[in-house]
Design a protein around this ligand. Structure first.
Ligand code: ATP
Ligand code: MG
Length: 411
């Protein structure tokens, strides 16, 4: 039996990789123009990093992690996990390399594979990719605006101009607690009717209940008295001021947004601003981007208190939204039955930064020309006459026009 790719994983073949390279290039431009440096962290980390850094009331930690025990029965056996997201790893690196010594804010971007053991479906894989940013050392609302702006700028650079940002504030340690308690109080009578996940969240992280996709739970959030609590402003003056200022910046930048009080985001560590960017045309897996502020995480993972904010976008979902890019053609395909000359010429032209290929299997001239017309802009014909009289016949494969060239440097 032939071996197939694992469920929920996908090969990216050359024809598709043109689109991928383009997305990566757009991200690199947008982020580097905004002062973000690229960071690459390992794809596996100590399991504990995610338990603590993503949070043990999240679906990611509870259900979706690829966790292995390495070292067998050895005393030093340790548990490692393929990263399900990148924030925890970047925070670990930030602390480990004392990146706080660089004057703040420190800004990073990445484009990298992530792993979650989820049920594969359209827009949901087990190995997928995220492109995202993290910024440390800035607590000002302008930092939130800058992060949301860079997400929007990336989407715009990909030709995605009509996606709306959904926005909410979760408040800070103090007001978040009041909100949590109020939600718990109003939900408590309905708890027996809620799903098992929400029963667990009720104890560990009640706000996460609002994120539940279960219909029975959703119905409870629709109840008048529950809705009233969800929609009521519990946030303190400082948090309100922060949010209002952020909104002023977004207005001044003409960024479309919608405030959504139900938006709590999946991770445990968010505070204040959270946001999501969705596209209706993606169907049920509609989120292309999720992000938020996580001011407590660096300290929680052993660093000094450092405000931080970031986002991640799903690259496969971006791919589904943009037009496929056609692979670029070669500049030249050398058509020759003299392999020794063709190989030398190919080497020379490639050094001149031309895209060049040639036949080294002794195929007939006509076959070589046929191939050339499929994959190259020009055929560079090197027959006996050309070699003897030291010239090249260059055939434009879209017009059919053919000229003689004596100096390769003038191609
Ligand atoms: P969802 O609600 O779709 O599960 P999430 O809240 O789990 O999203 P985040 O952790 O915020 O997702 O990740 C940011 C982005 O990464 C998502 O908006 C989505 O575009 C993408 N993403 C997340 N999980 C997957 C997956 N399993 N396959 C493909 N893309 C994914
Ligand atoms: Mg998810």
């Amino acid at each position: 039996m032939t071996i197939k790719a694992q469920r929920g994983t996908k090969d990216i073949l050359p024809e598709e990789s043109t689109t991928w390279q383009w997305i990566r290039k757009q991200a690199q431009n947008v982020f580097q123009n905004a002062g973000f440096g690229e960071i690459s962290t390992p794809i596996f980390e100590a399991t504990e990093l995610f338990n603590r850094g993503v949070g043990d009331s999240t679906d990611i930690v509870n259900k979706e992690m690829y966790t292995f025990c390495v070292g067998g029965a050895d005393k030093n056996a340790s548990s490692i996990t393929l990263r399900p997201e990148n924030t925890a790893g970047v925070v670990r690196a930030y602390i480990e390399h004392n990146l706080n010594r660089i004057s703040p804010p420190q800004k990073f971007w990445y484009f990298a594979p992530m792993f979650r053991y989820e049920r594969p479906q359209a827009g949901r894989q087990r190995q997928f990719h995220q492109v995202g940013v993290e910024m440390f050392g800035a607590s000002e609302p302008a930092a939130d605006a800058e992060i949301i702006l860079s997400a929007v700028e990336l989407l715009n650079s990909l030709g995605l101009n009509n996606l709306s940002v959904e926005l909410n504030t979760l408040g800070c340690k103090n007001c978040k607690n009041d909100y949590r308690e109020a939600i718990k109080e109003v939900i408590k009578p309905y708890l027996p009717d809620m799903c098992d996940d929400c029963k667990m969240r009720f104890e560990k992280n009640p706000l996460r209940m609002l994120d539940c996709k279960n219909e029975a739970c959703q119905k409870i959030f629709e109840k008048e008295e529950v809705k009233k609590v969800i929609l009521k402003d519990y946030i303190c003056n400082d948090c309100k001021e922060h949010f209002d200022e952020l909104i002023k910046y977004l207005d001044s930048l003409n960024i479309n947004y919608k405030i959504n009080k139900m938006l709590v985001r999946g991770l445990d560590y968010y505070n204040r601003t959270v946001f999501e960017i969705k596209s209706e045309s993606l169907g049920s897996q509609s989120a292309v981007c999720g992000g938020g502020r996580y001011d407590g995480l660096v300290e929680m993972l052993g660093g000094s208190p450092t405000p931080a904010i970031g986002f991640a976008m799903g690259v496969e979902r971006l791919c589904a939204l943009i037009d496929k890019k056609e692979p670029e053609k070669l500049d030249y395909y050398i058509v020759s039955t003299n392999t020794a000359e063709a190989i030398k010429l190919a080497r020379k032209l490639r050094k001149m930064n031309k895209k060049v290929d040639y036949d080294f299997q002794g195929k007939k001239f006509s076959k070589q020309l046929e191939k050339a017309s499929k994959i190259a802009n020009f055929a560079l014909i090197l027959g006996d006459d050309e070699i003897e009289q030291k010239f090249y016949s260059v055939k434009n494969l879209s017009t059919g026009e053919q000229v003689k060239v004596s100096d390769i440097n003038k191609l």
